[in-house]
Design a protein around this ligand. Sequence first.
Ligand SMILES: Nc1ncnc2c1ncn2[C@@H]1O[C@H](COP(=O)(O)OP(=O)(O)OP(=O)(O)O)[C@@H](O)[C@H]1O
Length: 411
Amino acid sequence: MEEVELQRNEGLIARTPATIKVISGDAEVWGVPFEEISLSQEAMDLLITSNHGAKLNIIGSNFIKINDPIPEWWHNLLEKIPDKTVMFIGKVDSGKSSSILYLANKLLLNGTRVSIIDSDIGQSDLGPPGVISSSNLRDPVYQMKLLDPEFMYFIGDKSPRGHLLQFLVGTWEAFRDVKEKTILINTTGFVDGAAARTLKKLKIELLQPDVIIFIERSEGELRHLIRSVPIGAKAVNVRSPVRDLPKDKGYRSLCRKALYKKYLENGNRRTFDLRKVRIENTFLFTGDERREYAPFLSELMGSGVIWVEESADMLLILSEGYVERMKVKKLEDLMRKEVKCAPINVYKNLYVGLKLNGRCSGVGIMESFDPLDGKAEILTRYGGDVDSIIFGFIRLSEDGEELGMREVDSP
Ligand SMILES: Nc1ncnc2c1ncn2[C@@H]1O[C@H](COP(=O)(O)OP(=O)(O)OP(=O)(O)O)[C@@H](O)[C@H]1O
């Protein structure tokens, strides 16, 4: 246990698991007054501040003290954003999530209901990693991660790179689903390069936010994006509140692991008949099986071919091992159609979304995938009906360890 004194212009970032008690004075966590807070979950940050100074008891937490924790622009925004759609853009760790959490809490305490859209799929707050999610908030929260999302759109990757169209559709769907007039949108730290510029610009065009907050950690780092916002969009350029970060190596992957655990732990193994459920985010099962091609293709590709299917525009191959790109290219020339080829192992332990009536209702790990038998075994906490399985790109162990990736270009 540690006793800590907090002046009114000081704050502290404490990492859970933690128990914090106010011994004297007043204290807030992410803008919400409290007397005692105890969170056993791992890897969540609590910003503790005080209006008049406080003495605190802190148990079991890694924390750092910071000066001037509440930036002026947080106060200024509070008056301006009720009934507005506000998008937050910034690099990784610029404070997008923190700004949204603090502002949402203060708005809720003032009686303004808030909807949150979390499209930061690499470092999600609201839903599982790799998922665009949204919720309509009624009460203040100590951390978004303590909530369950009301809407999910499964992307299945840590970055929108390679999935720009799905990403735009997912954000749009989440936007269509929210209920409140005040909407705060979190975005990924994907801000540099041609694809990121295009994505951010199109997202702004699509959602038409009333205000876009560009949070810079160093001056000018988002200038290229600010200069490309459509005419008429209101861009506000602010300085990141984040100066020091609690030192915690691997904290980002620890956060993701804790979140995977939240959504995957204590799941059940369910077997799905792939002739009855649709599979998405893959081209598999859109053609006709060509078992007779397997011996010839195995020889040509230099690896045992397990599954072949052909459609008017594509040949899809699942093999035992990796096949050189050159060999695939040669086959494309021969067949005069696109050939997509991957080792069958890339589907083992794949992170997947489970969908019913067009909505993602749960996530899971595909422990086995057998196209010949038409069966997939999925470990998931979701027990409801499923009409589609959405293939992701991350491969995961049962305890949320990332094992590898399925390439964006795989069948
Ligand atoms: N006022 C502050 N002063 C110091 N550190 C802060 C402050 N606000 C937030 N932080 C810390 O900065 C880190 C990054 O903040 P946050 O997660 O909000 O950034 P982000 O831009 O959403 O990052 P990501 O891309 O990971 O989602 C967190 O560890 C958070 O606790």
